[in-house]
Every structure is written in C-alpha cells, then in structure tokens.
Design a protein around this ligand. Structure first.
Ligand code: FES
Length: 74
C-alpha cells in the first residue's frame, strides 16, 4: 500500500474496482486479496476518458479518489 495517489487513465464506460483493503498487489485496484478480511472493493464506472487520481493510502473520505488525506499520514 502506497501513501500517494495513483494516476490512472480511465476509459469511458469501463468498470474499475478500487481496493479498499490495502492488500492488493495490483493497487489501486482489487486483485481478490481481500478474501477473508470482510472488506470488498468499491466499484467505479468511468463516465469519461481521462486521468483520475485513485487513493493509495485508503484514508480518503472521497473513495475511490484521493482527497489529500495522505498528507496527514506520518
Ligand atoms: S484486494 Fe483489496 S479490496 Fe480486493
């Protein structure tokens, strides 16, 4: 799990599953590693093709996107 956001080029109409557990080897997206943790990924469907910043620290209040919360992590 990183502390800084991931810049991802998303495609309009495509679904993305943001990892909420922090165990994924394919961050910021789910790879199934959450099994047994009680957590599940958060689905996001892109409404346009553009670069978005997905949260890497899992502290964001605007999941799945970075809200700057990583700046307060020590
Ligand atoms: S691997 Fe983290 S939510 Fe699926």
């Amino acid at each position: 799990m990183g502390k800084t956001p991931f810049a991802i080029n998303v495609e309009k109409g495509k679904d993305y599953y943001w990892c909420t557990c922090g165990k994924s080897a394919t961050e910021p997206f789910c790879n199934g590693a959450h099994k047994g943790s009680g957590l599940s990924p958060k689905k996001f469907t892109a409404t346009e093709t553009k670069t978005l910043y997905f949260c890497g620290c899992k502290q964001t209040k605007g999941a799945p996107f970075c809200d700057g919360a990583h700046k307060s992590i020590k």
